[in-house]
Design a protein around this ligand. Structure first.
Ligand code: AMP
Length: 550
């Protein structure tokens, strides 16, 4: 099938803002495309050639793409750059520049969808020596056989930004419409496989029955089951009758897949982090039986066997270089809490069975591989849940999870069958030392407040910018107060005498060289203005330091 046909669809979709029209256009096209090309078309309509969990990316820098366009069109790089500025994106610029193209390849055959798809995939496979020039060669081959409009969309697909206003929801609706399949069945198939290309193909070939047979498959991550906030331990336990209570660890959720000899580790956003934490792959290999499986757990960073800030865990999974050193500096521990697949799919089994199977099959003799601490609670021994909560907090964890042992695993759903109960984070009293006027609706208000705490010798040390948590009325009165205490103003920024005390909540203390305190706060929110407190009452760097889990 000609790439031009897909382009016509892209343009028609981009030409309407109405979601229903976009869905109709896509559905008509999906009906026309043959089953083997359909999965590719589905990915390409999402602006990519890889499924969402894939580690692969095309990895071509903007600059190289612009160079390739310059070469094909026969203009200078700076001309391409000017055009990009004018058009707002490289694809749009390519389309304009192709109008000036000096040499057209008269003998080139029209591009086929399959050809474009496989060449774009090839880009990801190229690595190592001279990889950039080999990538450029592929892009040049594609671009030199392309028309202007094709070049526009090839460029956008390389950058994974199609800009036609289509997301997974529209694609799902279009598949359902094209092949007359029920949306609930289709959504379930999508949740389990995370592969809309496959879902489209099965819907076309085998309809609802085929979709109903799709299931989990080790190697392909599933969207995790999510928790709701508990309104109190007592409440949750009474609601569920019998429940499983577990320590809630504060790290990163990990979905562990073993398929034959390969282990892959995915985050809750389905990113593959196996290469960033290779030692964990090794521990898992040693501790799980040699079967295909999917398990879930929380992985935390530790120091002297104690949990440390979530910040370190993030650094570990994002790290691409010097991994050996990171393994030494930030040891990890895994706490397993669910089993989704073991020889066969387990998600329809009740949690109690999934958990007991997990306990049977995993060897926890390694220090790094653990099961989450768990107790079974009924209405009679609800106090045990409170004890577990207190113990978990005392050990530096976040709180507890309360789960219904009778329930299946429902991917991607935030339901009442799994609840979380966290400790109220401590708040801090800080003093405002400056602020910045807002933008848009809030130009007349100071929207962001620079706040400080006390260092040694009572010197004020900045610690955060707090921008949220205030209603308009409070914002207005605070802005008045700020003006009253103003000592200096420049542009949108204002400095004030340290008179206003705020109580702020936050999710975590982090190390930060940007602030004088040397620490800062994640997601700081103003809880209230503390008119009852003065400068003498504000918190100190020392206290912050003692609370930091580092
Ligand atoms: P939240 O991120 O606040 O929505 O809380 C739910 C998250 O807690 C899950 O996604 C897991 O990453 C994490 N978690 C920590 N310990 C457990 C546990 N024992 N069971 C389930 N989830 C846990």
């Amino acid at each position: 099938m000609k790439y031009q046909e897909l382009i016509t669809v892209y343009e028609a979709i981009a030409g309407t803002t109405k979601r229903l029209e976009k869905t109709d256009i896509l559905a008509e096209f999906f009906k026309k495309v043959n089953v083997d090309t359909l999965p590719k078309v589905v990915l390409m309509a999402l602006g990519t050639v890889f499924p969402p969990w894939s580690e692969e990316e095309q990895g071509l820098a903007d600059k190289l793409l612009m160079k390739a366009i310059a070469e094909v069109v026969g203009v200078s790089l700076s001309m391409v750059e000017d055009q990009v500025r004018e058009q707002g994106d490289i694809g749009g610029a390519a389309r304009e520049l192709y109008k000036k193209r000096s040499q057209t390849t008269f003998f080139s055959k029209p591009l086929e969808i399959e050809f474009v798809f496989s060449n774009l995939r090839k880009l990801a496979k190229i690595s190592g020596d001279k990889s950039q020039s080999r990538k450029i060669a592929i892009v040049l081959e594609l671009l030199s056989s392309a028309t202007g409009i094709e070049a526009k969309y090839i460029a956008r697909t390389i950058l994974e930004e199609l800009r036609i206003g289509v997301g997974e929801g529209t694609i799902r609706d279009a598949i359902s419409l094209a092949f007359n399949v029920d949306k609930v069945i289709l959504d379930r198939a999508h949740m389990l496989t995370n592969d809309l290309g496959l879902v489209a193909k099965v819907a076309k070939e085998k309809g609802e029955e085929g979709l109903g047979q799709l299931n989990l498959s080790p190697g392909k991550p599933v969207k995790p089951m999510l928790a709701q906030l508990s309104e109190g331990i007592d409440n949750s336990v009474r609601e569920m009758g019998e429940s499983i209570c577990e320590t809630k660890y504060d790290g990163i959720r990990l979905q562990i897949h073993k398929k034959e000899d390969e282990i892959n580790l995915f985050t809750r956003r389905l990113e593959n982090v196996s290469l960033a934490i290779p030692e964990m792959v090794g521990y898992i290999k040693k501790s799980f039986p040699n079967e295909n499986f999917i398990a879930e757990g929380e992985i935390i960073a530790t120091k002297n066997n104690k949990p440390i800030s979530f910040q370190y865990m993030l650094q570990r999974v994002r790290r691409k270089y010097n991994i050996e050193k990171a393994i030494e500096d930030v040891p990890l521990k895994l706490f397993l809490f669910d089993l989704l697949y073991f020889k066969k799919s387990m998600i329809d089994e009740p949690l109690a069975i999934r958990r007991s199977t997990l306990e049977e099959v995993v060897d926890t003799s390694l220090d790094q591989i653990n099961l989450s601490e768990m107790i079974k609670v009924t209405c009679e021994n609800r106090n045990d849940a409170l004890d577990l909560f207190n113990k978990s907090i005392a050990e530096g964890h976040e709180g507890i999870m309360i789960k219904d042992p009778k329930e299946p695993y429902i991917p991607g759903i935030r339901g009442k069958k799994m609840q979380k109960f966290k400790a109220e984070p401590e708040s801090l009293d800080v003093v405002v030392v400056g602020g910045t006027y807002g933008i848009g609706r809030r130009t007349n208000f100071i929207g962001s407040y620079k706040v400080a705490i006390k260092g040694e010798d009572d010197e004020l040390k900045t610690v955060a910018h707090v921008a949220t948590g205030l209603d308009d009325e409070t914002l207005a009165s605070l802005t008045d107060l700020m003006n009253k205490y103003k000592v200096h103003e420049k542009g949108t920024k204002i400095d004030v005498e340290p008179k206003i005390i705020l109580e702020i909540a936050y999710s975590e203390i982090v190390k930060s060289p940007e602030y004088e305190a040397g620490y800062s706060l994640r997601f700081p929110v103003v809880k209230r203005i503390r008119k009852d407190k003065g400068l003498a009452d504000i918190d100190t760097v020392e206290r912050l330091k003692s609370m930091f889990k580092g």
